[in-house]
Design a protein around this ligand. Structure first.
Ligand SMILES: [Zn+2]
Length: 243
């Protein structure tokens, strides 16, 4: 009973608005930005719609590759999976944890793998046929450097990546990673991306160059979404200004 009392009392306490301090690499060095619980809740709603667009639904299973310091978007993805009633397992996105990815992939037989990294693929390549492994996975959302590898193996993966403090999530049309226009203003200058807090964002961020080579496409996507899309040179080397 003491526990129930404690929980009831805890509920009446004020919670701080700040959920995370998001630290990201910008063109001019490391930058910090606040993330409130209200913003995180809105990000979760947006990611939920994005994953629903990939057909994720109740009763499916997913594997999330995410690192602790990426909690600012990992938390939104986890919240979305819970909302969609998708059972999930989490493995580190760093290469040293590739065996956990292999085990989860075998045991969970996931409908979706979210956040697959080039380092994980490299680690798996020695011990598994990664083409066979991921061609049998319905939805593969991969990081920029993993995309050319997967596409080269015939795996129709889509992009998921942080762009500074924002998340880019590609829809099944695979025409660039959507960024939530209500929360962020994303653009390009001289072939590199910049980001700023959007109209709904209460935490402030002035226009910040990210030093990420890429392009931004605006206008309605074939998926019906109006959010702008980022095309990254790392994910599609043909976009690189130096190639
Ligand atoms: Zn789209």
């Amino acid at each position: 009973m003491a526990r129930a009392d404690t929980l009831a009392r805890a509920k009446t306490l004020d919670r701080p608005e700040l959920a995370y301090l998001v630290r990201f690499r910008a063109a001019d060095g490391t930058t910090d930005m606040e993330l409130t619980w209200a913003e995180l809740a809105r990000d979760t709603v947006w990611v939920t719609e994005g994953l629903r667009g990939h057909g994720l639904a109740a009763g499916q299973r997913a594997l999330l590759n995410n690192s602790g310091f990426e909690g600012f978007w990992g938390h939104a993805v986890i919240g979305a999976l819970r909302e969609l009633k998708v059972t999930y397992g989490i493995a580190e996105a760093m290469g040293w944890d590739h065996r956990r990815t292999a085990v989860f992939h075998r045991e969970l037989n996931p409908h979706a793998v979210i956040g697959l990294s080039a380092e994980t693929l490299e680690g798996l390549a020695g011990a598994a046929d990664i083409a066979e492994m991921f061609r049998s996975t319905s939805v593969v959302l991969a990081r920029p450097a993993a995309l050319p590898v997967l596409r080269g193996l015939g795996v129709p993966a889509a992009l998921i990546t942080a762009v500074g403090p924002a998340l880019a999530l590609e829809c099944p049309e695979r025409r660039g990673g959507h960024v939530n226009a209500a929360e962020w203003r994303i653009g390009e200058r001289d072939g590199e991306l910049f980001v700023a807090a959007g109209e709904q964002r209460t935490s402030s961020l002035p226009e910040t160059p990210l030093g990420i080579a890429g392009r931004v496409v605006t206008g309605r996507c074939a998926c019906g979404g109006e959010d702008p899309r980022v095309l990254l040179a790392e994910a599609d080397p043909s976009l690189s200004p130096r190639s």
